[in-house]
Design a protein around this ligand. Sequence first.
Ligand code: PSV
Ligand code: MN
Ligand code: MN
Length: 388
Amino acid sequence: MTVNAETLLLLESQAIELPSWAFGNSGTRFKVFGTPGTPRTPQEKIADAAQVNQYTALSPSVALHIPWDKVEDYDALGAFAEDHGVKLGTVNSNTFQDDVYKFGSLTHIDPKVRQRAIDHHFECIDVMDQTGSRDLKVWLADGTNYPGQGDIRGRQDRLADSLAKIYDRVGANQRLVLEYKFFEPAFYHTDVPDWGTSYSQVSALGDRAMVCLDTGHHAPGTNIEFIVAQLLRLGKLGSFDFNSRFYADDDLIVGAADPFQLFRILYEVIRGGGYGPDSTVAFMLDQCHNVEEKIPGQIRSVLNVQEMTARALLVDNEALATAQMNSDVLGANAIMMDAFYADVRPDLAAWRESRGLAGDPMKAYAASGYQEKISADRVGGTQAGWGA
Ligand code: PSV
Ligand code: MN
Ligand code: MN
């Protein structure tokens, strides 16, 4: 199977947003290993993200995390990004690192704490107004560890009320995307554990509130592509946080743990109209590179998404529809597997070369000397990390 011109045209506009925090040091609850050359400022994170785009032409924007990427002058930060060939993208709020949020943020029983969390989201919207960002991404660490610790229903009601106040401030060209996660840091219940909760909360808000699906935030064995299909049917799939997992919220390189799952997800994205110039579904990575180098880690990730998108686009939909119509179980399955097993890498390398890019972006980046340069230059200061 070869990647035809029609497929290449569809790949042309693919855009995968990079998280600024992927370039900082991060890791598990145990040791956070430092990497020489790790950014110390939002600007250095953006410069590194721009490298990924330079070698792949796949990642034209960078997501910010407030307050980790807080600066005095967002116009200047936007201009800095543009100078490096990228734009500022989604703004992620953060109500999970301050002591005041120990027992919740938007769900907190104390109205003063809730207001503080709401105000933080207002601040994020102010940032979006300056950066021209479309999406405010809300992920909450809210939840409880023990049965009886909190009133689950009351917390849902308070969440709805807080979100309504935030949504009221979201501009006409902006969206609120609500991310769900089934556990961690809370272990008995989280207040937005699943797509159904996120869907019901955002549906109550309005058209510009959508669900964010982080691929790592499901119980093992969950059929994520089914959720994708359902949210697209309902018109509520706002964005993806891509990563991969073996066990929990591992935040490993997308497509590394289960390439077949990534293929199945992308097939349903395409099938449901979530891919292409007419779609508003945002593709983003949400990863942490603990032991591997961060820039090549991100290059590998966007290439994985591109390769799997190309494979998903290769599915012979006409033949598949016929096989399904005839209840040809094995025939239908074989059509999917043929596309999954197609090695698209040589075609994509040739296509990159035809567009003036290196056929092998990993190799080109390694040969560029950038890693050595930042390792030598970025001495002193504090290295940015997950939480910096
Ligand atoms: C925590 O689980 C998390 O990884 C969420 O997925 C967020 O998207 C991310 O942190 C950044 O806030
Ligand atoms: Mn996420
Ligand atoms: Mn996560």
